[in-house]
Design a protein around this ligand. Structure first.
Ligand code: GLN
Length: 307
């Protein structure tokens, strides 16, 4: 693979679009980020790291955290996860409440907010929110080889201060008996996982196990079973971008997860993991420039799972 030619091609493709889209402003601490930032990191199975732009700059991972908590929950609870959350695309916005009533408090999938709150609730039920956060951070530190990865306290507070909508989702699910802990405890854990700051390099490295059947190809640690790895990728493909998931599959053809901080994590099974960051979002909360960069990458590499 001629990575120099590929990175140049991506740079040329994104250049006219840098700064487009809308930076998330419903969480005040996110609104201050420079809309012209662009970074990308591609990590291959042998540890080769190909980078572009601001690939070392930490940003708020937001909903990308949901992929990591899902993998933790599947490891601990396996099939039982699906008693409390579905695995169908929602076709709705990330914070939508409308389907929850008909579905009796069972969220459509683990990658919308309601579903991710339930997943975090399961993990908190194991040993409390402090133990949950310690396990999540230890995973990030171990896989990325960087102990400085941490929760951005200002973003976490900002999430909580503006979290009425997420509180509504959680209390609504509690009314159906689908929350195991005091609602506020699980919510705080969820706000904090969203507020983790990581760079594209760290994020791609931390997710590499998802491209290699659940086992990190470099340190050989198994994080999820082969079956559950396949399932996580399937859920990312069908649900990773909310009501934009179909369009993302059409354009890019890889399992992916967006975050309103402007990050996208993408998995190229058997090849590597990719993280891209550019804060301007489309109407569904997916990074505009990030998606263009990924389109260009799959075009150049032939990595789409649909070939
Ligand atoms: N923390 C955000 C929220 O819960 C995450 C949303 C997102 O990244 N799509 O609203």
């Amino acid at each position: 693979m001629d990575w120099q030619a590929i990175t140049q091609r991506i740079e040329v493709a994104v250049a006219p679009h840098i700064g487009t889209g809308k930076v998330a402003d419903y969480i005040p601490a996110l609104a201050r980020v420079d809309p012209c930032k662009f970074g990308m990191a591609i990590v291959l199975g042998d540890g080769t790291m190909v980078t572009l732009g601001d690939s070392h700059e930490p940003f708020s991972i937001q909903s990308i955290s949901k992929v990591f908590t899902l993998s933790m929950a599947l490891r601990h609870y396996d099939e039982k996860v699906w008693d409390r959350v579905g695995r169908e695309p929602s076709g709705s916005a990330f914070n939508s409440i409308v389907q929850l009533e008909n579905e009796k408090g069972i969220p459509r999938n683990p990658l919308i907010n309601a579903g991710a709150i339930v997943v975090t609730d399961m993990l908190v039920a194991q040993g409390g929110s402090a133990a949950f956060e310690a396990e999540l951070m230890a995973r990030f530190h171990r896989l990325s080889g960087d102990d400085s990865i941490s929760v951005d306290e200002e973003v976490a507070e900002s999430e909580s201060a503006t979290g009425s909508r997420n509180r509504a989702l959680a209390h609504f699910m509690a009314a159906f008996g689908n929350m195991a802990n005091p609602v506020e405890e699980s919510l705080q854990a969820y706000f904090r996982q969203c507020a983790v700051r990581m760079s594209c390099r760290q994020l791609a490295r931390a997710a590499l196990f998802l491209a290699f059947d659940g086992c990190d190809p470099i340190n050989r640690e198994r994080l999820v079973s082969r079956e559950n790895c396949r399932r996580i990728n399937a859920v990312m493909m069908s649900c990773g971008h909310y009501d934009n998931s179909g369009d993302f599959a059409y354009r890019i053809g890889l399992p992916g997860k967006s975050g309103v901080g402007g990050g996208i994590l993408c998995i190229a099974p058997g090849h590597g993991a990719i993280a891209v960051w550019s804060p301007g979002l489309n109407a569904s909360g997916t990074s505009m420039v990030g998606a263009i960069a990924l389109e260009e990458l799959v075009e150049a590499t032939g990595w789409s799972v649909f070939v």
